[in-house]
Design a protein around this ligand. Sequence first.
Ligand code: GLA
Length: 962
Amino acid sequence: MTYAFRVDDDKNLEHLYWGPKIPNYDDLLYLTKSHVAGPFDPVGSVPAISVAKLLGLNELTGIDTGAADKWKVFTKQKDAEDGDTRGRRLENASWRLWNMERHTGGDLSVDVSESKLRSSLKMDRHASSASSRDNSPPPPLPSSLPLDASFLDSDSDQKLSNISGKGHATRTVERAQGSLGTDNTARTAVGMLPVKSVGDFTDFGKYAGARPGVTSPGPTSPALGPRRELGTVTGSSFGDIHGVVEMAWQNLDSTHVGKNTKLLEWSDSGTGDYREPSFKLRFQKDGSAICPLQFKNHSVVHRKLMMPSTSLPTVYTDSPEEASTLIIEMEDPVSKLKFMLYYTVMHDYDIIIRRTTVINEGSDPVVLEHLSSGMVDFDAEHSYYVTQLSGGWARERQVVTRKLEDGVTVVKSVRGTSSHQFNPFVVVSPDREPSEDDGECFGFCLVYSGNFSVTAEVSEYKRLRMNIGINQEMFSWRLDSVHGENNIFYSPEVIMSYSKTGLGTLSRDMHRLIRERLVPRQWRYKVPPVLLNTWEAVYFDFKHETIVDIAVAAKKANVEMLVLDDGWFGKRNDTTTSLGDWYPNREKLPYGLNGLVRAVNEAGLKFGIWIEPEMVSMDSDLYRAHPDWCLFVPQRKHTLGRNQLVLDFARKEVVDYMYKQIEKILNSANIEYVKWDMNRHLTEMFSRNIPAERQGEISHRFILGVYSMFKRLTTKFKEVRFESCSGGGGRFDAGMLAFTSQIWTSDNTDAMSRMNIQYGTSLAYPLSTMGAHVSVVPNHQTGRSATMKTRSLLAMCGTFGYELDPRVWDGDTIEEIQGYVKLFKRLSNLIYEGDLYRLWSPFRTTSMAWMVVSRDQLRAIVFAFKVTREVGRLEPRLKLRGIREDLLYCVEELCPGTVTMNPQNGAIMHDPRGVYQIGKRIDVSGRTLMSAGLPVKFLFDGDSVCYEVNAVDKNGISLIRL
Ligand code: GLA
């Protein structure tokens, strides 16, 4: 991809382009010409002063039609002369202003002289001298000239198309290797950032006077010096432009189109851009909120810059060469506030990672009221669509696509977690709903687990602005003055991905990045053990022997780990007590955790444990000792959720205490896995011991506290695998994945519900991160039943485990489960490391199908599921994706169905022979598999099919070298 922006005449960062890779040598400046929205011609307002006079166009008078003709002729000539549309636009603008004068009764009695116009417009020096030759009085010059005019004066050969060239840096960030443009004359400031080539970055740095790793002043040509004004005319003359309007004719298509129309990379509020800003703040000194920023400098470093002194999760690299970072410094010269915008290009992924840091270098405190991690303006389209993942408890991450209309669409959480309801991941698709295999998609994924917002604003010009970051609702952050301790704020990272071949490619890029550069290093590529979790098997009702019996029974089916869920600590027998009291319940576990773990280990299983460290029950020793350690507002009612309160993780002493409790547990026994749960949302976000002016910081401080504890624990206990969970999938986000390689996807373990939930989750997150277990039928959440085959295949598209009570398994069940465990073990590397191709969407059809293809395209595994079957309808053939057209593949059906339907009475019956779709094996080309597809028949709701696809030679011998 290519991503480009530049510094404009007012030192704004002007967005130019984000899309497929385009040549580095193209000067994208011409794109800025699309900013004038249309004729501006207010009728009826009385001018305060004569525009024509002010601008020295007294000659622009006379009979309307004659003048209009002159303008047309002039425009044509101008075009013929240099074919320069910029010039034409200046004239159009002049024409509009002149016409405005006409409407508002200005003095238009003098004839138009072409050379005068040229001179007035200062289009070139020759024109200006021509005007002296025809003896007309020169137009009155303003007291000072706009920068571009002085620039032209000093360089008469400069074409208008380069009017902004000098000193205006185009920043282009792109993925693929490319060379720096060689034209260092007119476009000297055009800095291309071809990401694969370190050398090219050095060139870029050279231009800007930067050495790699060194912050340097950026372009310092006069064009970036202090702006001189041509003159101002109050808004009343022109109707409501933006209050005060600068009329610099020479600049009409750069500065004076107004910020509101421009595509920007970063935007303030209150100075003419009326769209959603990328930040908001308030100066404590005088209460003002105006802070227009100016580009100050840039630098490029050949690595990913990590955030210092914060526990915020980040994408990492294995070696510096994997990434390069462009750092843009914007400043408010008045207040000395500095905004650092970071753009990290991950060279091996089609991905840019952005974040923002604000530094108060002024002498007065400032309250930050909003800060985006990244903002992107998209040019006008016929329409835009946003695809989001929303839902609720036990119905997480349903795929919802909507067409954007004028105004602001928000996807957000104010619950203190990323939430079940919305996910900090969205996809923008221009002109149509996203398709799997074609069309453009732009993805945004915030690496954050707290309150977030994604705003999509369609402006009156049909341009789209996306802002993603911490939710400004319930957020503020006080930045001390330069003399204080806390004068820096870091935004979380946002991962931005682009695909021109649909959602499928976008997801695969995201999956690879998350798998390879976000989840903890020690767990990458490591398939977790097949576990059995006790929750749905026994809930709170167990004792030492129960757990040991479960372990012994599970071992028979080759389960590898037992996870003891809720109910093992304090006096916990239901949800009303003991959160916070992290010591074993002696009545249930008389031998303590250590005794239990030893017994489980002796049964041949590893041991994992459930904790919920962010919570406290009112009926707990912890609450009795520290009633002020929860989030609450004194004298106000506590809002309970699931009978519990939220601990104040914004306070260090609370986090430190809880860290020690959990550290003690992990040290007390051979615990190899932790399920970290979080079962309610945040309310009463108020923290004792934090000053009044910092209370807006609580929700963010809370999540920083959570991250810091995760960081300490995962650093100290590197060999312990963490799973995160929040009432199921209420905190399934990229922030959590930086600490926990997997997340419990949903409390809903019903197979049919899981088809939608896991499909939706896969838009952003890889299969390897999705906690997925086989649970009992009828299902505890929905009362529905599905076969062991379907439940197992769906769980295999995730971490694979069980929520069953193995003590009731008979010989056949044990054998069946052994078979699935074995199959998972055989396929898990492919499923965890391969590329996911979604084939049928349960949100568009009544089926769900996808396949995982190995990176070398020699192996694939195909899963198809029926959500609800319509009797008498045939299924379409399942057309495969992602394999090689020119190879021959052997297709084998795995796990044939064990039930069939009696055609006489429609009854579902056991079929010991196994029900096959295609017979046992066929050998066909990849081309045929992708064009003609595979037949699929489903016999009942929740039925499923699984094919293994392996490349073979013409003799049917496997091409796969193991
Ligand atoms: C949450 C989790 C479940 C289980 C319970 C225990 O709901 O999502 O998996 O751990 O808590 O209370």
